[in-house]
Design a protein around this ligand. Structure first.
Ligand code: AMP
Ligand code: ZN
Length: 463
């Protein structure tokens, strides 16, 4: 598996810390709102990566945090209000109830699009002691300081700050000259909070060595990733918007805490845009996965739709493109039913297809290319149907499109096939045998056996 590593800015071979095992951490949802299909594009990337690694035979342990505290309305200045507090005010539920409601909705939405459950979903609120412990360690190591109940990370103490995002201190400083410094307690404007003192109206607060407060957002991912995956692990994923400051700060925290590199590869997914805009909770232009079912679109078709664009590229949401993906997925399931069932073994043509598919997936998840190969196989005249069935069902470990659904349910003619059968019967009734024969040939081309019965044309998959 080769992946584009944001840290080294190169496509690199994955070399696990531990033989055939991969530890993977993915930034998860903030559970004060529903997730939208933009978030789901990013969560699908981590699912795809996990499936692709498992397809190659790795044993993957995947961890995804649930952020139920600490996201502020203004991350850049570490001020503003906690978004969870705002949701509490809006909905009249307790923070715990809000978190439960949206965590369940998140799990339902991810399940609807075939995202596999990860191994651990640690909640930020259940790991406050680990975050305090790491913050203490950072103070001991000379990376952090306390002022009036708030603990800041001293970015100047970490010379490699900026190595992920390119936002090195000199670049940040140039930008800061224009801005008003909001927090005079910081030694430097680029410093960020690890722990924040709780104001009087603050709902979610915990005791700490620095008084009552709550953790910053970035510290949860450092504390929880190292707790569940160890102080050296393989892959960290998230959307491109998290590179700075979230992941840059995570590196400064984790490496400042353990004094060595923690994560080998950083993989970031591009945004899904709706009508040219970034899809975001704050701008109100969101689509949920449940909205697609109301349009008659299988939620799994959203997977296929995202696979049509390379994961790092921005992509635009389009209902037409999603509908086209939906048609393709449904047609593929019917073809599978028509192909009947798996083969005993694979011939050389089929093996060549398999090699090409695996190569595309291993090449930094080149799914657009993998889909080209899938469609080429489906229409190939050189591969026997049962071998097509075997290949596509094995590739579905990566695709996750439930390709065997129709085959399991028993064969049903597609709309196209039903229309052709109708056309043939009408032609025969009109004694237009030329058309009837042409339609029969077409049905046979589709892999069907065509029978003439007293009730008219009958078709079934040719086994
Ligand atoms: P959030 O709940 O806003 O922290 O987002 C959860 C995940 O979704 C993060 O990895 C974000 O980078 C990602 N994300 C947010 N908006 C989009 C979008 N429009 N397209 C793709 N990913 C997104
Ligand atoms: Zn994170």
């Amino acid at each position: 598996m080769r992946l584009n590593n944001t840290l080294t800015r190169r496509v690199e071979e994955v070399v696990p810390v531990d033989d055939r095992k991969i530890g993977m951490y993915s930034c998860g949802p903030t559970v004060y709102r529903y997730v939208h299909i933009g978030n789901l594009r990013t969560f699908l990337l981590s699912d795809l990566l996990r499936r692709a690694l498992e397809f190659e035979g790795y044993e993957v342990t995947q961890v995804m945090n649930i952020t139920d505290v600490g996201h502020m309305t203004d991350e850049a200045s570490d001020s503003g209000r906690d978004k969870m507090d705002l949701a509490v005010a809006d909905e009249g539920l307790s923070p715990k109830e809000i978190a439960q409601k949206y965590t369940q909705a998140f799990l339902d939405d991810t399940e609807a699009i075939g995202i596999k459950r990860v191994h651990v979903y640690p909640k930020a609120t259940e790991h406050i002691p680990e975050m305090i412990e790491l913050t203490e360690r950072l103070i001991e190591n000379g990376h952090a300081y306390e002022v009036d109940g708030t603990v800041y990370y001293d970015v100047r103490s970490f010379p490699e700050y900026g190595k992920l995002s390119g936002n090195t201190l000199d670049k940040l400083r140039a930008g800061h000259r224009q801005e008003l410094e909001v927090d005079s307690n910081k030694r430097h404007p680029e410093d960020f909070a690890l722990w924040k003192k709780a104001g009087p109206n603050r709902l979610m607060r915990w005791d700490s060595p620095w008084g009552e407060g709550f953790p910053g957002w970035h510290i949860e991912c450092s504390a929880m990733s190292m707790k569940y995956l160890g102080e050296r692990f393989d892959i960290h994923t998230g959307g491109v918007d998290l590179i700075f400051p979230h992941h840059e700060d995570e590196i400064a925290q984790s490496e400042g805490g353990v004094r060595h590199e923690v994560i080998s590869a950083w993989v970031h997914g591009g945004f899904l845009r709706l009508k040219e805009q970034k899809m975001a909770k704050s701008s109100g232009n969101i689509i949920r996965i449940g909205d697609l079912a109301a349009l008659g679109i299988d939620p799994l078709s959203f997977r296929y739709f995202t696979f049509e664009t390379r994961y790092r590229k921005e992509m635009d949401f389009s209902e037409d493109a999603l509908r086209a993906a939906d048609t393709t997925v449904k047609r593929l399931r019917q073809r599978m039913a028509e192909w009947g069932g798996p083969a005993e073994g694979l011939g050389s043509e089929a093996k060549a297809f398999d090699g090409r598919f695996r190569e595309a997936v291993a090449d930094d998840l080149d799914m657009p290319q993998a889909l080209v190969i899938l469609n080429e196989l489906a229409s190939s005249r050189n591969v026997p149907d049962p071998e097509k069935y075997s290949l596509v069902s094995s590739w579905d470990q990566v695709l996750g499109l439930d390709v065997e659904r129709d085959a399991r349910a028993g064969w049903q003619p597609s709309d196209e096939v039903a229309a052709l059968v109708g056309e043939r019967d009408a032609a025969r009734a009109n004694k237009d045998f030329a058309t009837a024969d042409r339609v029969r040939d077409r049905l046979q081309e589709l892999g069907l056996e065509v029978m003439d019965t007293p009730e008219g044309t009958r078709v079934r998959p040719r086994i």
